[in-house]
Design a protein around this ligand. Structure first.
Ligand SMILES: Nc1ncnc2c1ncn2[C@@H]1O[C@H](COP(=O)(O)OP(=O)(O)OP(=O)(O)O)[C@@H](O)[C@H]1O
Length: 255
């Protein structure tokens, strides 16, 4: 069964039809790419899937359960986590502190539990620190764990952003332009990290304009145009498709 199923997703902004009956599926264990020309509706799809904005119509199923219109924190709690295009870490906090902010919510660990069960709270904090360190290690951020986020390179900020999403223990990670503004060698490094996460069982859906990155990492690739799915297939197949080239207004999609 697909991990994510989107049926008939529609959303308007005034007179603009951003999503027009979008259909898409993400199979478990894939890094699925979502591409398309500017204004195709990719970001709006991410926003509707992750609960940031409600769709006007349609359905989002995560692991077979209807999550349409749920609050973003509920959707994150269910294991569908979105990472943002712009790194939003808190600049004055260290990398470790930024990661710790995004540990999974613990049901039942309210204020009363904190007062009554300090040992349990300390154990949870310790477990969270260990998790943050493990996440940092997987993303080559160990050396900068105690540095302020503001002092990171552009690429390290992107990796920290992925790390923050990983702290929430996702089963499906939505990445919005993870290599926008990143140099090619760092983009290749980020692709390697994402490929490793996939090999470890994470499923990923990525919006990205950087075609080398999509070609090297994403299979399948879904092409959107005018709020709908235009074609889906391997990168080579969709790049060679005349409808896709037309949607990019005569521009070539290079492999
Ligand atoms: N909050 C909003 N208010 C009004 N119009 C919006 C809003 N968000 C998106 N739109 C419009 O909806 C359409 C789809 O936009 P969207 O950002 O989803 O496309 P996209 O495929 O992510 O584009 P890009 O690749 O340029 O980021 C566009 O015409 C856009 O102008």
């Amino acid at each position: 069964m697909p991990l994510l199923q989107v049926h008939g997703l529609s959303r308007r902004f005034g007179g603009v039809v951003a999503l027009d009956g979008l259909e898409l599926e993400v199979r478990p264990g894939t890094v699925t790419g979502l591409i398309g020309p500017n204004g195709a509706g990719k970001s709006t799809a991410f926003q509707c899937i992750s609960g940031v904005i409600p769709p006007d119509a349609g359905q989002v199923l995560f692991d077979g359960k209807d999550i349409t219109g749920l609050r973003p924190d509920r959707i994150t709690g269910a294991g569908l986590v979105r990472s943002f295009q712009i790194a939003r870490g808190i600049p004055r906090l260290t990398v470790l502190e930024n990661l710790l902010l995004y540990g999974p919510a613990q049901p039942g660990e309210g204020v009363a539990a904190a007062i009554l069960r300090p040992a349990a709270m300390r154990a949870r904090e310790e477990a969270l620190r260990e998790r943050a360190k493990a996440v940092a290690a997987r993303l080559n951020l160990t050396a900068v764990l105690d540095n302020q986020a503001a002092a990171l390179s552009g690429g390290q900020k992107k990796l920290m952003e992925i790390g923050r999403a990983l702290m929430a223990e996702p089963r499906l990670l939505l990445l919005d332009e993870p290599v926008a503004g990143v140099n090619p060698s760092l983009a290749a490094e980020i692709a390697t990290h994402i490929g490793t996460l996939r090999d470890e069982g994470l499923t990923v859906l990525i919006v990205e304009h950087h075609m080398d990155f999509v070609a090297s990492l994403c299979d399948p690739v879904i092409v959107m145009a005018e709020g709908r799915r235009l074609v889906e297939g391997s990168f080579a197949d969709v790049a060679a498709d005349a409808r896709v080239q037309e949607a990019y207004m005569g521009g070539r999609v290079h492999a």
